[in-house]
Design a protein around this ligand. Structure first.
Ligand code: PLP
Length: 395
């Protein structure tokens, strides 16, 4: 008879055979998967035969998430990674190398911008930043020199600008650039960029896809031909999504539409009210006719989503007083959650920018970004009304 520990290892590793399909995807918390014989192990390791051997090469729970994302984005294939930044790195890194050039929108999420200006620049990839609303400037940048990649965000931070994806993707294609779109603020419920001409779509699944501020994850979707190099780059760089994290994102997907509808209905109501409230200089919400991209948004999006920005007339002191007076929202720096989250970009997410850079990016000292959560709309409206009073008292 084998020794105690040998038997304990075998006894604890016996996986159950389940005849009745579980109605949620099991968490395959395993780093290794055992093959029947050496031939099968070799074939699975090299990819000649479908299967699992080592979780960085593939895990069933993570694959189930990728398949679900592919379906929701109308894509042939998808890949799920440890964070949104890992997904962006994989998408961009699968397309560019030393000597290549990227044209990207100037209001990018700050860490994506840092990936381009710090990491990729060091590796010999040049990035040129343009205003996506100025199609002439985008075309000029694409035409100036051969460009490998056009990088866009569907809805961008913090001014809630909406990109005209069909027109911009057409420009990218005309100039031979692959088009990659970060769709994090929209989610596939609001927008499916692949249907509008993008080659790859990326999302931080940390936000709306999972929706509860309890997991970090990222996804990339596109054609099978474009996802194969994404998968290959991941094998060599890591950034693997944990199975439990994949489970949490899968758990979010069935309620994505319900959550997005509630986020959007509350955001639309708050935006319309804030626009008329004393002490408010400006409200940026795609479905307000005052929004600079309203026409594009009305054409491309079924609702305005859950993100809005509000500029307080009293500048930074009023913005700080507003944030401090809020009772319901979380004082943190993410978005796309059950919780309403209010941030003051000039002192948090965009604090590295100089006053001139903030002004050029349309970020006034009194600007607040609001990710509208799922709390009762009346409670949020009452809380914001009393916070506005506190903000007005600073003047
Ligand atoms: C638009 C956008 N893209 C990407 C990311 C990065 O996602 P993660 O934090 O999951 O790496 C974020 C994070 O805030 C984001 O707002």
């Amino acid at each position: 008879m084998d020794g105690f520990t040998t038997r304990a290892i075998r006894a604890a590793s016996r996986t159950p055979r389940v005849e009745q399909r579980p109605t949620s995807v099991p968490i395959y918390q395993a780093a290794t998967f055992s093959s029947a014989d050496a031939d099968e192990l070799g074939a699975v390791t090299t990819g000649a035969v479908a299967g699992y051997v080592y979780a960085r090469l593939g895990n069933p729970t993570v694959d189930a998430l990728a398949d679900a994302i592919a379906e929701l984005h109308g894509a042939e294939a998808a890949f799920a990674s440890a964070t949104g930044m890992a997904a962006i790195h994989l998408a961009v890194g699968s397309l560019v190398g030393a000597g290549d050039r990227i044209v990207a929108t100037r209001n990018l999420y700050g860490t994506t911008r840092a990936l381009f200006t710090r990491v990729l620049a060091r590796l010999g990839v040049e990035t040129v930043f343009v205003d996506p609303a100025d199609h002439g400037a985008v075309e000029a940048a694409l035409a100036a020199e051969p460009t490998r990649l056009l990088y866009l965000e569907t809805i961008s931070n913090p001014t809630i600008a909406v990109a005209d994806l069909p027109a911009l993707a057409a420009l990218g294609r005309r100039h031979g650039a692959a088009v990659v779109v970060d769709n994090t603020f929209a989610s596939p419920y609001l927008c499916r960029p692949l249907e509008l001409g993008a080659d790859l779509v990326v999302e931080s699944a940390t936000k709306y896809l999972s929706g509860h501020s309890d997991v970090l994850a990222g996804v990339v979707a596109g054609s099978a031909e474009r996802i194969a190099p994404v998968r290959a780059l991941h094998v060599e760089t890591g950034g693997t999504l944990a199975p439990f994290s994949a489970f949490l994102v899968l758990r979010g997907l069935p309620t994505l539409a319900l959550r997005m509808e509630r986020h959007a209905a509350t955001a639309a109501r708050l935006a319309a009210w804030l626009e008329t409230a004393p002490g408010v200089a400006r409200v940026l919400y795609p479905m307000l006719s005052s929004h600079p991209d309203h026409a594009v948004a009305a054409l491309l999006l079924p609702t305005g989503g859950g993100m809005l920005a509000v500029e307080l007339a009293g500048g930074a002191p009023a913005a700080r007083a507003f944030v401090d007076a809020l009772r319901i929202p979380e004082r943190t720096a993410s978005l796309g959650s059950i919780h309403t989250i209010v941030v003051h970009p000039p002192s948090t997410t965009h604090r590295q920018l100089t006053p001139a850079e903030l002004e050029a990016a349309g970020i006034a000292p009194g600007l607040l970004r609001v990710s509208v959560g799922l709390e009762d709309p009346d409670d949020l409206a009452a809380d914001m009304a009393q916070a506005l009073e506190a903000a007005r008292a600073t003047r």
